[in-house]
Design a protein around this ligand. Structure first.
Ligand SMILES: Cc1ncc(COP(=O)(O)O)c(C=O)c1O
Length: 433
């Protein structure tokens, strides 16, 4: 049983969307746990609930606020420029929209159109760069951002790869929220046994790992002080920090190569990431197929609309639990709490083939066959696309096509100004082959 006795709610009225950054829920993935045959709890920190839809809202807000406090960012003068895989871009565009900064986001081609559209809708500019460009080349997202910064008066790169406020946002924010959620739950054991996160800049895993280590060290020193113990118990209780890295990234070892999952993995080690112990105990590599299959599974079984790197984090967590000695010991322990960070949501990836393949091109279910039998027509997504594809809105009248017994009927729908719908006239009938 993992239900919480209290959930976090905002009090009063928030002054802007900036106050709705973070404060995300910790959700027990009991269905996934049962289907994967592990006994430990899987607790997901679900970051798409944040205002801009990802974990990176937190660092965008903190990096801007700290730079303003230092006098490095000046409203009305500074132009925020950032190389990113997109989510930091959405966060910075959101903060810029609210605070009145001009903002330019530089991101590789492979990142989704949804992210670009979101950033543009927030009023920022987007520059695309070749995905295959090495991080230190002039054409890379980092190289182009530097060129723009040097040429644009007031241009400033807050630099998530090196900015201490990236890990600090998680040290002071994300970790404290996880701790609060667990402490206010009805769990018998309120310790974090393992923490799993994907690494991009590494800010998330580094900030969380440091906060967890500091917290557990404080806890065990106060215990050993009280009992006169020698610290052995403390060592046994030490949490395991697991970083997840896509095949094709060098952060967790291996060859650099192409992969589709967005936001995690790099061809260099960013300054904010310490890839070694005691920061990170173990690296797990995941493939695109594993990440995307897991994202679909969690959407379907847990109702959580997560993105690809969240799928990778969970696939990596389960590989750790199934395939490593330390993981197997945790997997069999009902009291163990495995916290997994899920960085963003599927709405960033709706147009990606890997999502559409699972959502629109999955095999027909028995229920769909039953519906088709009752309605005497094909209701598969492909047929819906075909039918909807003929729909078009024209002024205050539009046509709607539907198929019945091999005949396509095109109805003219008239809509009067200010009214949601109008009378329907039977229009053209076309026999399909
Ligand atoms: C979708 C997604 N997942 C994971 C991460 C990794 O987070 P971090 O940069 O803190 O390592 C990012 C970072 O951009 C991301 O956009």
């Amino acid at each position: 049983m993992t239900a919480t006795t209290s959930t976090h709610h905002w009090n009063g009225i928030l002054s802007s969307a900036l106050e709705a950054v973070g404060n995300t829920p910790l959700i027990a993935l009991d269905r996934l746990r049962d289907s994967e045959g592990v006994n430990c709890r899987l607790l997901a920190k679900v970051e798409f609930f944040s205002a801009g839809g990802s974990v990176k809202d937190r660092i965008a807000k903190r990096m801007v606020e700290r730079a303003e406090a230092d006098g490095r960012l000046i409203p009305g003068h500074s132009v925020i420029i950032e190389p990113t895989s997109g989510n930091t871009g959405i966060g910075l565009a959101l903060v810029s929209a609210l605070k009145g900064y001009r903002c330019i986001i530089v991101m590789p081609e492979k990142m989704s159109r949804e992210k670009e559209a979101t950033i543009r809708s927030l009023g920022a500019e987007v520059v695309r760069t070749p995905t295959e460009a090495g991080w230190d080349s002039e054409e890379s997202h980092i190289g182009v951002a530097k060129k723009l910064r040097d040429a644009i008066p007031g241009g400033i790169i807050l630099d998530q790869y090196a900015n201490e406020n990236n890990p600090l946002a998680h040290y002071h924010g994300t970790y404290q929220e996880i701790k609060h959620s667990i402490e206010t739950s009805d769990l018998q054991c309120k310790r974090i046994t393992a923490l799993v996160a994907g690494a991009g800049t590494g800010g998330t895993i580094t900030g969380l790992s440091k906060a967890l280590r500091d917290d557990q060290a404080k806890e065990s020193s106060s215990k050993s002080g009280a009992n006169g113990a020698d610290g052995q118990d403390a060592d046994e209780a030490k949490a395991v920090v697991v970083a997840v890295d896509p095949v094709g990234s060098l952060l967790g070892g291996g060859q650099v190569g192409p992969y589709q999952v967005e936001g995690i993995g790099y061809d260099f080690v960013p300054e904010v990431l310490d890839p070694n112990k005691p920061n990170i105990d173990c690296w797990i590599k995941t493939t695109d197929d594993e990440a995307f299959a897991m994202a679909h599974k969690v959407i379907r079984t847990e109702g959580l609309l997560i993105g690809g790197s969240s799928g990778a984090a969970l696939a990596g967590a389960l590989k750790f639990l199934h395939d490593t000695p330390a993981g197997r010991a945790i997997a069999t322990n009902e009291d163990a709490n495995v916290v997994v960070i899920l960085p963003d949501g599927i709405r960033n990836y709706i147009s990606k083939e890997w999502f559409l393949d699972g959502a629109l091109r999955a095999p027909t279910s028995n229920l769909a066959q039953e519906i088709a039998h009752i309605l005497r027509r094909d209701i598969s997504p492909a047929s819906a696309v075909k039918q909807n594809g003929t729909n078009h809105v024209n002024g205050n009248s539009h046509s709607v096509a539907h198929e019945h017994n091999g005949i396509v009927h095109v109805d003219q729908i008239k809509t009067r100004e200010g009214e949601p719908s109008g009378e329907s006239e039977r229009g053209v009938e076309v026999t399909t082959s």
